[in-house]
Design a protein around this ligand. Structure first.
Ligand code: PXP
Length: 237
Protein backbone atom coordinates (compact mmCIF):
# COMPACT_ATOMS: atom_id res chain seq x y z
CA UNK A 1 0.00 0.00 0.00
CA UNK A 2 1.13 3.56 -0.71
CA UNK A 3 2.01 5.39 2.53
CA UNK A 4 0.02 8.44 3.58
CA UNK A 5 2.07 11.18 5.24
CA UNK A 6 -0.14 13.95 6.58
CA UNK A 7 1.24 17.47 6.29
CA UNK A 8 0.35 19.46 9.42
CA UNK A 9 1.33 22.95 8.21
CA UNK A 10 -2.29 24.12 8.09
CA UNK A 11 -2.79 23.13 11.75
CA UNK A 12 0.32 25.17 12.61
CA UNK A 13 -0.98 28.10 10.57
CA UNK A 14 -4.23 28.25 12.56
CA UNK A 15 -2.27 27.96 15.82
CA UNK A 16 0.05 30.81 14.83
CA UNK A 17 -2.85 33.11 13.98
CA UNK A 18 -3.62 33.43 17.71
CA UNK A 19 -0.18 33.07 19.21
CA UNK A 20 -1.07 30.30 21.70
CA UNK A 21 -0.95 26.54 21.24
CA UNK A 22 -4.43 25.88 19.84
CA UNK A 23 -4.75 23.76 17.82
CA UNK A 24 -1.85 21.72 19.17
CA UNK A 25 0.32 20.37 16.34
CA UNK A 26 1.69 17.57 18.50
CA UNK A 27 -1.78 16.42 19.53
CA UNK A 28 -2.83 16.51 15.88
CA UNK A 29 0.19 14.38 14.93
CA UNK A 30 -0.64 11.82 17.62
CA UNK A 31 -4.27 11.74 16.52
CA UNK A 32 -3.43 11.37 12.84
CA UNK A 33 -1.07 8.50 13.64
CA UNK A 34 -3.66 6.81 15.84
CA UNK A 35 -6.14 7.01 12.92
CA UNK A 36 -3.73 4.97 10.80
CA UNK A 37 -1.65 7.46 8.80
CA UNK A 38 1.84 6.22 8.00
CA UNK A 39 3.70 9.44 8.57
CA UNK A 40 3.72 13.12 9.47
CA UNK A 41 5.09 15.86 7.22
CA UNK A 42 6.02 19.38 8.19
CA UNK A 43 7.39 22.17 6.01
CA UNK A 44 9.02 24.97 8.01
CA UNK A 45 9.56 28.02 5.83
CA UNK A 46 12.23 30.60 6.64
CA UNK A 47 9.68 33.00 8.21
CA UNK A 48 8.16 30.07 10.17
CA UNK A 49 4.69 31.41 9.39
CA UNK A 50 3.16 27.98 9.78
CA UNK A 51 5.41 25.13 10.94
CA UNK A 52 8.31 26.32 13.08
CA UNK A 53 11.75 24.85 13.61
CA UNK A 54 10.63 24.12 17.17
CA UNK A 55 7.77 22.03 15.72
CA UNK A 56 10.36 19.95 13.88
CA UNK A 57 12.22 19.27 17.14
CA UNK A 58 9.04 18.54 19.10
CA UNK A 59 7.56 16.29 16.45
CA UNK A 60 10.72 14.19 16.30
CA UNK A 61 10.24 13.42 20.01
CA UNK A 62 6.72 12.07 19.61
CA UNK A 63 6.20 10.78 16.07
CA UNK A 64 6.16 6.99 16.15
CA UNK A 65 5.61 6.46 12.40
CA UNK A 66 7.83 8.52 10.07
CA UNK A 67 8.66 12.21 10.16
CA UNK A 68 9.22 13.87 6.79
CA UNK A 69 10.57 17.41 6.88
CA UNK A 70 10.32 19.45 3.68
CA UNK A 71 12.12 22.64 2.92
CA UNK A 72 14.55 24.77 1.00
CA UNK A 73 18.09 23.76 2.00
CA UNK A 74 19.19 27.00 3.66
CA UNK A 75 22.01 26.69 6.17
CA UNK A 76 19.52 27.08 9.02
CA UNK A 77 17.29 24.31 7.62
CA UNK A 78 20.18 21.92 7.06
CA UNK A 79 21.60 22.57 10.55
CA UNK A 80 18.25 21.79 12.14
CA UNK A 81 17.47 18.63 10.21
CA UNK A 82 21.00 17.29 10.73
CA UNK A 83 20.57 17.85 14.47
CA UNK A 84 17.02 16.50 14.74
CA UNK A 85 17.43 13.69 12.18
CA UNK A 86 13.91 13.12 10.84
CA UNK A 87 13.39 9.90 8.88
CA UNK A 88 13.17 11.72 5.58
CA UNK A 89 14.03 15.19 4.28
CA UNK A 90 12.37 16.41 1.09
CA UNK A 91 14.33 19.20 -0.57
CA UNK A 92 12.27 21.86 -2.35
CA UNK A 93 13.62 24.77 -4.40
CA UNK A 94 11.03 27.39 -3.45
CA UNK A 95 12.16 30.89 -2.54
CA UNK A 96 11.52 32.12 1.06
CA UNK A 97 8.54 34.31 0.12
CA UNK A 98 6.71 31.59 -1.87
CA UNK A 99 3.13 30.98 -0.73
CA UNK A 100 3.60 27.26 -1.34
CA UNK A 101 5.99 25.07 -3.34
CA UNK A 102 5.62 26.08 -6.97
CA UNK A 103 8.26 24.19 -8.98
CA UNK A 104 10.52 21.19 -8.92
CA UNK A 105 14.33 21.35 -8.94
CA UNK A 106 16.36 22.06 -12.00
CA UNK A 107 18.70 19.21 -11.18
CA UNK A 108 21.13 20.10 -13.98
CA UNK A 109 21.62 23.66 -12.79
CA UNK A 110 21.74 22.72 -9.09
CA UNK A 111 23.37 19.30 -9.34
CA UNK A 112 26.42 20.11 -7.28
CA UNK A 113 24.42 21.89 -4.52
CA UNK A 114 22.00 18.96 -4.34
CA UNK A 115 24.80 16.40 -4.37
CA UNK A 116 26.54 18.11 -1.44
CA UNK A 117 23.34 18.37 0.57
CA UNK A 118 22.13 14.85 -0.17
CA UNK A 119 25.55 13.54 0.87
CA UNK A 120 25.44 15.49 4.13
CA UNK A 121 21.92 14.33 4.96
CA UNK A 122 22.72 10.73 4.16
CA UNK A 123 25.83 10.94 6.35
CA UNK A 124 23.41 11.81 9.16
CA UNK A 125 21.34 8.72 8.39
CA UNK A 126 18.47 10.69 6.83
CA UNK A 127 16.59 9.39 3.77
CA UNK A 128 16.45 12.05 1.06
CA UNK A 129 13.87 13.02 -1.53
CA UNK A 130 13.96 15.86 -4.04
CA UNK A 131 10.91 17.64 -5.42
CA UNK A 132 10.61 17.19 -9.19
CA UNK A 133 8.52 18.27 -12.16
CA UNK A 134 7.85 15.78 -14.94
CA UNK A 135 10.64 16.97 -17.26
CA UNK A 136 12.35 13.66 -18.02
CA UNK A 137 15.58 15.37 -19.08
CA UNK A 138 16.19 16.17 -15.38
CA UNK A 139 15.91 12.66 -13.98
CA UNK A 140 19.38 11.36 -14.75
CA UNK A 141 20.95 14.34 -12.99
CA UNK A 142 18.51 13.82 -10.12
CA UNK A 143 19.77 10.25 -9.70
CA UNK A 144 23.37 11.47 -9.95
CA UNK A 145 22.89 13.53 -6.78
CA UNK A 146 22.64 10.24 -4.85
CA UNK A 147 19.12 10.97 -3.56
CA UNK A 148 17.08 8.01 -2.38
CA UNK A 149 13.79 9.24 -3.76
CA UNK A 150 12.09 11.96 -5.74
CA UNK A 151 8.76 13.60 -4.94
CA UNK A 152 6.56 14.25 -7.97
CA UNK A 153 5.09 17.77 -7.85
CA UNK A 154 1.46 16.97 -8.59
CA UNK A 155 -0.15 20.40 -8.95
CA UNK A 156 -0.35 20.15 -12.77
CA UNK A 157 -1.99 16.72 -12.46
CA UNK A 158 -4.55 18.03 -9.97
CA UNK A 159 -5.41 20.99 -12.18
CA UNK A 160 -6.01 18.96 -15.34
CA UNK A 161 -7.53 15.86 -13.73
CA UNK A 162 -11.20 16.98 -13.66
CA UNK A 163 -11.09 17.80 -17.37
CA UNK A 164 -8.87 15.05 -18.77
CA UNK A 165 -7.60 12.40 -16.33
CA UNK A 166 -5.64 10.41 -18.96
CA UNK A 167 -3.79 13.47 -20.20
CA UNK A 168 -3.20 14.65 -16.63
CA UNK A 169 -1.63 11.40 -15.47
CA UNK A 170 0.54 10.53 -18.49
CA UNK A 171 3.64 12.65 -17.72
CA UNK A 172 3.57 11.43 -14.11
CA UNK A 173 3.46 7.79 -15.20
CA UNK A 174 6.46 8.35 -17.47
CA UNK A 175 8.32 10.15 -14.69
CA UNK A 176 7.65 7.42 -12.14
CA UNK A 177 8.84 4.73 -14.58
CA UNK A 178 11.98 6.76 -15.39
CA UNK A 179 12.72 7.40 -11.72
CA UNK A 180 12.28 3.72 -10.86
CA UNK A 181 14.53 2.65 -13.73
CA UNK A 182 17.23 4.93 -12.29
CA UNK A 183 16.91 3.29 -8.87
CA UNK A 184 14.94 6.13 -7.28
CA UNK A 185 11.96 5.72 -4.97
CA UNK A 186 8.84 7.67 -5.92
CA UNK A 187 6.85 9.95 -3.60
CA UNK A 188 4.25 12.51 -4.66
CA UNK A 189 2.47 15.53 -3.31
CA UNK A 190 0.73 18.87 -3.79
CA UNK A 191 -2.98 19.39 -4.36
CA UNK A 192 -3.81 15.73 -4.00
CA UNK A 193 -7.28 15.32 -2.48
CA UNK A 194 -10.03 12.80 -1.85
CA UNK A 195 -11.32 13.36 -5.39
CA UNK A 196 -8.09 12.71 -7.36
CA UNK A 197 -6.03 10.50 -5.01
CA UNK A 198 -7.49 7.11 -5.88
CA UNK A 199 -6.92 7.58 -9.61
CA UNK A 200 -3.42 8.95 -9.06
CA UNK A 201 -2.31 6.15 -6.76
CA UNK A 202 -3.81 3.42 -8.96
CA UNK A 203 -2.25 4.76 -12.14
CA UNK A 204 1.26 5.61 -10.94
CA UNK A 205 3.61 2.64 -10.87
CA UNK A 206 6.14 2.30 -8.05
CA UNK A 207 4.48 4.98 -5.91
CA UNK A 208 5.71 4.70 -2.31
CA UNK A 209 4.32 7.72 -0.44
CA UNK A 210 2.01 10.68 -0.83
CA UNK A 211 2.16 13.72 1.42
CA UNK A 212 -1.08 15.65 1.71
CA UNK A 213 -1.94 18.70 3.76
CA UNK A 214 -4.20 21.45 2.47
CA UNK A 215 -7.12 19.39 1.17
CA UNK A 216 -6.99 16.82 3.98
CA UNK A 217 -7.04 19.40 6.77
CA UNK A 218 -9.73 21.41 4.93
CA UNK A 219 -11.96 18.36 4.53
CA UNK A 220 -11.41 17.51 8.20
CA UNK A 221 -13.26 20.73 9.08
CA UNK A 222 -16.45 19.02 7.91
CA UNK A 223 -15.76 15.33 8.49
CA UNK A 224 -13.38 15.43 11.44
CA UNK A 225 -9.76 14.25 11.32
CA UNK A 226 -10.50 10.61 12.00
CA UNK A 227 -13.00 10.13 9.18
CA UNK A 228 -10.89 12.18 6.81
CA UNK A 229 -7.71 10.18 7.45
CA UNK A 230 -9.73 6.99 6.97
CA UNK A 231 -11.21 8.35 3.75
CA UNK A 232 -7.74 9.10 2.36
CA UNK A 233 -6.38 5.73 3.47
CA UNK A 234 -9.31 4.08 1.71
CA UNK A 235 -8.32 5.79 -1.59
CA UNK A 236 -4.81 4.31 -1.30
CA UNK A 237 -5.89 0.70 -0.81
N1 PXP B 1 4.95 18.43 -1.04
C1 PXP B 1 5.58 19.63 -0.95
C2 PXP B 1 7.02 19.72 -1.32
C3 PXP B 1 4.90 20.76 -0.46
O1 PXP B 1 5.54 21.94 -0.35
C4 PXP B 1 3.56 20.63 -0.06
C5 PXP B 1 2.85 21.82 0.51
O2 PXP B 1 3.49 22.25 1.68
C6 PXP B 1 2.95 19.37 -0.19
C7 PXP B 1 3.67 18.30 -0.69
C8 PXP B 1 1.54 19.14 0.22
O3 PXP B 1 0.69 19.88 -0.61
P1 PXP B 1 -0.83 20.10 -0.19
O4 PXP B 1 -0.81 20.96 1.03
O5 PXP B 1 -1.42 20.78 -1.39
O6 PXP B 1 -1.42 18.75 0.07
Amino acid sequence: MVSLSVNLNKIALIRNSRGGNTPDVLAAAKAVESFGAHGITIHPRPDQRHATYKDVENLKQIVTTELNVEGYPSKEFIDIVCRVKPHQVTLVPDPPEALTSNAGWNTLEHQSLLTDIVTELKNHGIRTSIFMDTDLSLYESAAATGTDRIELYTEAFARLYPENPEKAILPYKKSAIRAHSLGLGVNAGHDLNSFNLKYFSQEIPHLMEVSIGHALVSEALYLGLEKTVHLYLEQLK
